[in-house]
Design a protein around this ligand. Structure first.
Ligand SMILES: [Zn+2]
Length: 242
């Protein structure tokens, strides 16, 4: 095979790896985003629980205050029982006391329910705090992992860029110009021709040109897109393309 073509294929292989690594590097922060948004959501849930806990306490205090007022009323009505003059007034007072006691009993039940709710919210808050703590720990670990992986990719890419430069410098001047010109508009400059088709633009290649590509003795450009072609065996013969 033509030496320049060999260099060009190697160069393209390195370009392909660099592209894959670039994408891989770009994907890395996405791993954090999911945990970060989950953490944000859980913090919101925690705030909500804390608010509910507080609200429960506020209404319990209000009801306890109200209970005192009711008890005072009962004491007051009871003291009046001995001062009334008519039977009607007496039974009206008794009825009122009875109603007040009923209300006291109902309010006491509500206070108990609120106390119970308060304890439940407390438990939920503790649990949520632990979940958040756990999630933060996972996030930090993941952050370190991502930072490490990023550094690894960067190192690898630096190495590959050096290799790319070395290979590029081995090309003759006219090939360098052609390569750079193609690179301005195309991601892949050197592509295989498989089954008489250019794998860059997927157009058919005329037979005469295809034969030249297959020989690999000279630099042949796709007549359609201008990419540099090299021959590769058909996909049907056990080669898979992605
Ligand atoms: Zn083409």
């Amino acid at each position: 095979m033509n030496n320049t073509l060999k260099l060009l294929i190697k160069l393209q292989t390195i370009e392909n790896i660099i592209e894959t690594l670039t994408k891989e590097k770009e994907e890395l922060p996405k791993l954090l985003k999911e945990i970060e948004s989950k953490l944000k959501e859980e913090n919101k849930n925690l705030e909500l629980l804390i608010k509910k806990e507080k609200d429960t306490e506020i209404s319990r205090r209000a009801k306890e205050k109200y209970l005192l007022e009711l008890a005072e009323k009962v004491t007051d009505r009871k003291s009046k029982l001995f001062k009334v003059k008519t039977n009607e007034e007496y039974s009206a007072l008794l009825k009122e006391i009875e109603n007040l006691k009923k209300e006291i009993s109902e309010t006491e039940d509500e206070v108990i329910k609120l106390l119970y709710d308060y304890e439940e919210y407390k438990k939920l808050i503790d649990r949520k705090k632990k979940e958040i703590e756990e999630l933060s720990k996972i996030l930090n670990e993941k952050k370190q992992e991502v930072a490490l992986k990023t550094k690894e990719i960067e190192n690898k890419m630096n190495e590959l860029c050096n290799d790319r430069e070395k290979l590029f410098n081995q090309l003759n001047e006219s090939t360098k110009i052609i390569y750079l010109k193609l690179k301005e508009t195309k991601k892949k400059v050197v592509v295989p021709a498989i089954d008489k088709k250019c794998m860059g633009c997927f157009m058919s290649i005329p037979t005469q040109i295809y034969i030249e590509v297959k020989r690999g003795e000279s630099i042949v450009n796709c007549p359609q897109c201008g990419r540099i072609l090299y021959w590769e065996e058909s996909g049907n013969e056990g080669k898979d393309n992605d």
